[in-house]
Design a protein around this ligand. Structure first.
Ligand code: IMP
Length: 225
């Protein structure tokens, strides 16, 4: 991959998912970007027609870049449950679609649990991963992607009301609190006063790869670290 130098300036977060926008904003903000969101720019939310996280992330980033003329960072992510062969995976948001079109993650988490129970195994394999692929699209330049993954265990019943989506049902390996019980800094893996702390969430891990490739000339604001 050719060296990528992303200067602080306008950068579009190409997502219409409030939870993701909040987390990507938190991850980007310490680097001094002027953050715009797809919603505030009136950009369309394209149909996710790809068959991989990567294809969908690229689709979203390029749509926002084309619509705004600005660099755009998109995220495609989801929960891959071992006992379900990696489902809901790229369909994680769709599994939460209620009949009236709203998103119901209590229903989606129950559905995942029932499908795991329905496998009828003597001992349920509760292993799962959260996966995130970030795509950076810039006008006239090839789009690049960065992946992050975090392993964990599905818990039932869900615990905690922080984060978003499937967070309350996911216990990351090595922790006793679900993502739903963690505040944002803990989910990112940020330790106050330690700028080098390893990232934790799939999104923070993908972001760390992105930052190493594209933001190496910039330092994270120690006030936030
Ligand atoms: P998409 O990337 O827009 O297809 O949506 C990804 C979906 O995966 C989200 O709507 C959430 O349901 C789920 N998801 C992705 N990242 C997270 C996370 O950090 N916590 C909880 N759920 C997530």
């Amino acid at each position: 991959m050719a060296d990528i130098v992303l200067e602080p300036g306008p950068l579009v977060i190409a997502s219409h998912n409030d939870g993701k926008v909040r987390e990507i904003r938190e991850l980007l903000e310490p680097y001094g970007f002027e953050i715009r969101t797809a919603a505030e720019l009136g950009l369309i939310d394209p149909e996710e027609t790809g068959s991989t996280f990567e294809e969908n992330a690229v689709l979203k980033a390029e749509t926002a870049c084309l619509g705004s003329g600005l660099p755009a960072l998109a995220d495609d992510s989801g929960l891959a449950v071992d006992a379900l062969g990696g489902d809901p995976g790229i369909y994680s948001a769709r599994w939460a679609e209620a009949a009236d079109g709203s998103r119901d993650f209590a229903m989606a988490m129950r559905n995942v649990e029932e499908k795991m129970q329905g496998k009828g195994a003597a001992e349920i394999n509760r292993g799962a991963q959260f996966v995130c692929v970030l795509a950076l699209a810039r006008p006239g330049v090839e789009t690049v992607t960065f992946a992050g993954i975090v392993g964990g265990t599905m818990v039932w019943p869900p615990r905690g009301s922080q984060g978003f989506g499937y967070d309350p049902a996911f216990l990351p390996d090595g922790f006793e609190r679900t993502f739903g019980e963690m505040d944002a800094d803990e989910k990112h893996g940020w330790t106050p006063g330690d700028d080098q702390a390893p990232p934790l969430s799939h999104r923070a891990r993908a972001f760390a790869v992105f930052a190493a490739a594209c933001l190496s000339g910039l330092t994270r604001n120690p006030a936030k670290a």
